[in-house]
Design a protein around this ligand. Sequence first.
Ligand code: FMN
Length: 317
Amino acid sequence: MLKLPELRIGNLAPKFPIIQGGMAVRVSTAPLAGAVAKAGGIGIIAATGMSLEELKQEIREARKIAGDGIIGINIMYAARQFADLVHTAISEKIDAVFTGAGFSRDIYRWGKESGVPIVPIVSSAKAARMAEKFGAAAVVAEGTEAGGHLGTDRSVKEILPEIKEKVSIPVIAAGGVVTGQDMADMVKLGADGVQMATRFVMSEECTVSDQFKEMYMNAKEDDVVLIKSPVGLPGRALNNPFVKAMQNGDAPRPETCENCLKECSRDYCIMKALTNSCEGKVNEGVVFSGINVHKVNDILPVSKIFDRLLNEYAVAI
Ligand SMILES: Cc1cc2nc3c(=O)[nH]c(=O)nc-3n(C[C@H](O)[C@H](O)[C@H](O)COP(=O)(O)O)c2cc1C
């Protein structure tokens, strides 16, 4: 039987090497992150798009649920409030900071000063090596199968072994992992842990709208498409009227702008599109999703998702 790897990120040692990926805007909030941490994984609050006060409250609420479980935040470098959100989380004694969509040298210094492990999301061996050099405690190797903004068009199964070969810090595989068999496949390729997001959207604890979960429930394999995000990266999402309008150049231009991103094409407002879908207006928004959403057909409590993953993993060969 394939043993579960023992994941260590700095001084953190979760019971299970399962990380719930951060999902903005407000898809992964305190109830989900807290439940995952309580179940023995690492629960991640998506800080992008939150105010500083909101993030503080979310961290406190997640802690109440998590007991002594591990809670982290995920923050997009492209967000203008990047530095302030990271400092807020550190002052709330966050256990770890996961960061994607861009590279920041400063964050490693802040991590070192505060003793908080920094885990960047990377999609190449080159980026992973650079992160290790700057002081990353681990890296998430994210392939094109993932939901949300993407840094590569290559499969996690290709990039994971390449990254593993080039760094000595733990490597966490992300993209398309929804079952225990998928977990076992990643471990066989060298993963020290997995990061999963799409599976956890379909949990009772995830606070996203019912309409969002319904789109996941009904999604077929060819409903998952690539979109252009104003952030300047491609993104993986479910096809819907908003995506079709975007592809025809008819997505609504932003009426107002809060300048929330360091750089933005302003083709449409990604914050508004993500907020709309989170709140239930799925046809007027972007519903990010991983490629294997069609394999997820039930909404379960997080504890049951863990039980099932671990059982499936135990029989995977
Ligand atoms: C709805 C949704 C929102 C996401 N938002 C973010 C985000 O804010 N920051 C980030 O680094 N990754 C984000 N991701 C990527 C996930 O954290 C995760 O790495 C990826 O989706 C893993 O693939 P899976 O969904 O197939 O498990 C998002 C994914 C989804 C599905």
